[in-house]
Design a protein around this ligand. Structure first.
Ligand code: B12
Length: 628
């Protein structure tokens, strides 16, 4: 019970007393109380002025999530559209912003964006590699640069728990999962190795397709490994090296009878490898970290009829190198952080007839400071980025928090954000018949937020209201006769939203509730943006009785529009509202052996998050894990 309460506390964004700085960064009781993502150094969650959530590995195990989407959809502000189930593509929108407006970091390093649409399908990262997720809502470009408009998701793969674990699981639709991890200390060195295998036979994701080949089940298979060494050289210096990788195979459907074999792709194979190394220096109030990272991703889309190297195969082959240098000086009730980021992206995007090779270097310099003056906390950040030939681009943000009565805090923040166009959007893509556009500019945002949070009796709550203006939004337009097109900065959008999160305990039950209303609109047409529900409610109930840990999750998403209107599609199609219930139970048979069961979508609700794409229905899972 206590364990549940502690982990739940970490999930809750608003915390009872806002005196994080007074406690000093180093005195927080466990690492669960610290977040690194908000300002790029570890700080108590209570001192973060933006809404922040932390999901620990214990939460993931207790919820029995099978994918990162399973984890993220529980969090406030998140709406996911999925083109099927486990392994098929998906788009995640934070607070009504575009899928490409969320910055996904893995261990603090931006995940490569190899698609022309500029989003990352972060759901391809196997959950077995995920030890913790930190999620910050609102703009963060002034700290991280391009992409952090809707928020930042930081997926942390590094664990600090020593020992070993093996786990095996089965489930509906032929689901199987095997994981193993071992972390061993040898004096000042800690070594970690982990591996996992996960597969499902899936289901037919486009049951309405007229193409007979599409009537099969769309399965998914994933293999992953993780290995790392950490070394404490002396009192001040430590370092790490790690490497991890995964190979994913997923089936999808063409959706219509292909008019040429070139357009018959229905399989995806993704290879992803990352190697990171870093050095940390810590002396009193000063700390510095230098991290180098190399990511390699190869994504093949091909046809089950023509084979992986057949006539229709496309390949996106990306190398991304990152060098990050960050420094923090903590003084009484405050801190200052400054650093530099360098990134090099190389992408070759090809099919059997055409290939485009792109390269871009990005440099960013940032400075950020926080200070608490009695009951008032102030923070300000500024950053300059030079992305390829775009010239320097500045972003800034500032926030103030005032604890006007003990346990109640008001916050006000303003920030600017931006997103550099993808390489394909800027330089064109021959395989899609898309021309380059040398006039393309980065997308830009101006974002206000007001918050009120407090502890009222047992209720720990936060109310946020925000107003986002996003301009230079990039969209694709083509000639109706030649189909030749380009990406242009055509759209502007305004998003207004309110979000309420609260948690409280009654007897042995812990409740967590999120309510959200957003109004995301295209400024020119006043149309509500597609694929996000205006209304959302999420409720989570946890309790422990006779050692049995139970978790019930209820989610409601109001109706959504599936598209924006166009000449081809003059009406906005409505997808009805839906709600789902998931139930999970964990029971420790011994102190080392735990069995877990889960029923996902208990009432077998039939719903769609993207028109024509089926969702899995009710599913059963059973897992056993042994720790040593
Ligand atoms: C339009 C479209 C495109 C356009 C995007 C144009 C644009 N505006 O930038 C183009 C032609 C570039 C495109 C390319 C590809 N697409 Co496409 N695309 C679609 C389509 C028809 C509609 C998406 C949309 O506009 N939704 C509405 C908006 C509001 O929602 P959104 O979430 O913001 O949409 C964005 C994402 O869908 C993203 N996107 C587009 N394709 C893909 C593919 C993947 C894997 C991901 C993660 C994201 C992504 O671009 C959209 C605009 O930013 C969908 C099918 C559907 N009905 O949804 C297929 C679809 C998403 N695409 C698909 C595929 C396979 C591809 C390609 C891999 C094809 C290829 N062999 O190269 C590429 C990869 C693109 C990438 N990663 O950047 C598949 C994904 C299947 C899966 N893995 O589960 C889908 C589901 C079609 C299908 N066969 O069922 N696509």
């Amino acid at each position: 019970m206590t364990m549940i309460k502690n982990t739940l506390l970490a999930v809750v964004s608003s915390v009872t007393a806002f005196s994080g700085w007074a406690q000093d960064n180093t005195t927080a009781k466990s690492s669960d109380d610290l977040v690194v993502t908000a300002n790029r150094f570890p700080q108590p969650v209570s001192s973060v002025l933006a809404p922040a959530d932390v999901v620990t590995r214990e939460d993931i195990d207790r919820w029995q999530a099978k994918s990162l989407n399973d984890v993220m959809r529980r969090l406030p502000g998140v709406d996911i559209s999925q083109y099927g189930g486990m392994g098929q593509g998906s788009s995640l929108s934070v607070r009504g912003t575009e899928a490409r407006h969320v910055l996904v970091l893995i261990d603090g390093v931006p995940m490569a964006r190899l698609g022309i649409s500029n989003g990352v399908d972060f759901n391809q990262v196997p959950l077995a590699l995920v030890q913790r997720v930190e999620f910050i809502r609102g703009p963060r470009s002034a700290i991280y640069g391009s992409g952090a408009i809707g928020g930042v998701i930081n997926i942390i793969t590094q664990t600090d728990k020593e020992g070993g674990k093996v786990q095996a699981g089965i489930g509906s639709k032929g689901y199987q999962q095997y994981d193993g991890a071992l972390r061993q200390r040898f004096d000042n060195t800690v070594a970690t190795v982990a591996g996992s295998y996960q597969m499902t036979n899936g289901f037919n994701v486009k049951p309405g397709s007229p193409y007979s080949v599409d009537s099969d089940r769309d399965g998914f298979r994933n293999k992953s490994f993780w290995g790392g060494l950490e070394q404490q050289f002396n009192q001040n210096f430590s370092g790490f090296v790690r490497g991890y990788g995964y190979t994913n195979n997923s089936d999808y459907d063409v959706g219509s009878v292909p008019y040429s074999p070139k357009y018959s792709n229905d399989e995806d194979r993704l290879y992803s490898h990352t190697y990171d190394m870093g050095l940390r220096f810590l002396s009193g109030a000063f700390s510095s970290q230098l991290t180098g990272s190399y990511q390699k991703q190869k994504d093949y889309n091909y046809s089950s009829q023509n084979g992986r190297y057949g006539i229709s195969t496309t390949l996106d082959d990306m190398d991304q190198r990152n060098l990050q240098w960050g420094n923090t000086y903590a003084f009484e009730h405050g801190s200052v952080t400054a650093g530099a980021d360098f990134q090099q992206q190389r992408l070759t995007s090809s099919d059997n007839s055409f290939a485009d090779t792109y390269k871009r270097d990005n440099t960013g310099l940032y400075l950020s400071g926080q200070q608490q003056f009695g009951s008032v906390t102030l923070e300000a950040s500024g950053r300059e980025d030079k992305a390829g030939d775009f010239g320097w681009h500045g972003t800034w943000q500032t926030a103030a928090g005032w604890e006007f009565v003990d346990g109640y805090r008001a916050t006000l923040s303003y920030g600017t954000g931006f997103l550099t166009p993808s390489l394909g959007q800027q330089y064109g893509s021959k395989r899609f018949g898309i021309d380059s556009n040398s006039n393309l500019k980065p997308e830009e945002s101006k974002q206000w937020e007001m918050g009120l949070e407090g502890l009222t009796g047992p209720l720990d709550w936060r109310l946020s209201a925000y107003h986002y203006k996003i301009q230079n939004l990039i969209n694709y337009d083509s000639d109706p006769v030649t189909y030749q097109g380009q990406y242009y900065n055509v759209d502007k959008a305004t998003i207004k939203g309110v979000e309420w999160t609260g948690s409280f305990d009654t007897w042995m039950f812990t409740h967590r509730l999120t309510l959200q209303y957003i109004d995301p609109r295209n400024d020119q047409t006043d149309e509500v943006l597609a694929r996000r529900s205006k209304r959302q409610a999420k409720y989570q109930l946890d309790w422990t009785m006779f050692n049995l840990d139970m978790d019930i999750s209820y989610q409601y998403y109001g109706k959504r529009y599936d598209n924006i209107s166009s000449t081809y599609n003059p009406e906005q199609r409505v997808l009805p509202s839906y709600s789902t219930v998931d139930v999970s139970a964990s029971y420790p048979i011994t102190s080392q052996l735990t069995v877990r069961g889960r029923i996902a979508n208990l009432f077998d609700k039939d719903y769609e998050t993207a028109y024509g794409y089926a969702t899995p229905g009710r599913e059963y899972y059973l897992t056993g894990s042994y720790t040593f």
